[in-house]
Write a protein that binds this ligand. Structure first.
Ligand code: HEC
Length: 282
């Protein structure tokens, strides 16, 4: 009997090796909702929209973000008709994601990183919207933002129809258009060097330099170490990522940790290719 059980288990294990892992399947799926879930994961689970303020209810918004610009509250992006985005058309949601404009014409402050998402491909935007509409609607009225400064006018490029599928171009696309790594790792002052970190990131804490600079960046990290960090938050020296980096790794239901190995490797390869900047935020 034990031999039969053993043979069955070995057979099941062999079959499981033949099947693609779940995330690989989602990335390449023809189902827009499944692909949208993958984009949502690669966008760190749009983590700002799920917060203790909404009692961790997925996408219900409410997180308070303060800075020199004033106070902004993350929107409720569940399909609730009254307090969420349930009444918005696909085009209106896409406009909000890539231009930061609400259906009323009101402009959002770029705390919502639309300047990154404006590079997202149309196929990915549509899939993402399809996935957002599958969340349970949650009634949660978020306070209106109080801005002390004008919303800057940022140029919005036309979206490509299709996203790059592999290689360095895929890595650049993920880092810039989907994962918005620069939203935290590039300082907000004008001409701050790309991905070189900052002394005062979100929550006023320093954010490390992730350019391949030998003394202040991550040039010593191997590709496997970068991939492991984005999957688990564990640094090569064993230290764990702090809360905000962990928020995007864990995401909301899904996050960076659920990206395919191929995409995480493309991300690591691209990081290695950017201009090395000598700057130590710590
Ligand atoms: C929400 C803000 C935020 C986003 C988005 C973000 N990071 Fe981070 N990241 C941080 C913070 C803060 C730390 C510092 C964590 C710590 O001190 O434990 C960090 C740490 C890191 C580290 C470790 C560096 C070191 O020297 O310890 C790497 C590598 C990294 N991030 C890569 C990325 C990549 C790649 C992306 C995009 C896929 C990304 N991060 C997106 C905030 C962010």
């Amino acid at each position: 009997m034990w031999r039969t059980l053993g043979t069955t288990l070995v057979t099941l294990w062999l079959i499981s090796l033949l099947l693609p892992p779940e995330t690989e399947a989602r990335a390449a799926s023809s189902d827009p909702v499944a692909r949208g879930k993958y984009i949502f994961a690669a966008a760190g689970g749009c983590a700002c929209h799920t917060s203790p303020a909404s009692e961790g209810k997925p996408n219900a918004g409410g997180k308070k973000i303060t800075g020199p610009f004033g106070t902004v509250y993350a929107s409720n992006i569940t399909p609730d008709i009254e307090t969420g985005i349930g009444r918005w058309s696909q085009e209106e949601i896409i406009n909000a994601i890539r231009r930061g404009v609400r259906p009323t014409g009101e402009k959002m402050y770029p705390v919502m990183p639309y300047q990154y998402y404006s590079f997202m491909a149309m196929e990915d935007l549509k899939a993402l919207v399809a996935y957002l509409m599958t969340f349970p609607p949650i009634r949660n009225r978020v306070p209106t933002s109080q801005l002390r400064v004008q919303v800057p006018n940022l140029a919005v490029p036309d979206p490509p129809q299709k996203a790059p599928r592999s290689g360095i171009e895929r890595g650049r696309y993920l880092v810039d258009a989907i994962s918005a790594c620069g939203d935290c790792h590039t300082g907000k002052t004008p001409r701050h060097p790309y991905l070189a970190g900052t002394l005062s990131g979100p929550e006023d804490t320093p954010v490390p330099n992730i350019t391949p600079d030998p003394s202040t960046g991550i040039s010593r990290w191997t590709k496997a170490q970068v991939v492991k960090y984005l999957r688990t938050g564990e640094r090569p020296d064993g230290r764990r990522a702090n809360r905000i980096m962990m928020e995007v790794i864990q995401g909301t239901l899904v996050g960076y940790k659920d990206m395919t190995r191929q995409d995480l490797e493309a991300t690591a390869d691209y990081l290695r290719s950017v201009y090395p900047v000598r700057f130590a935020p710590q």
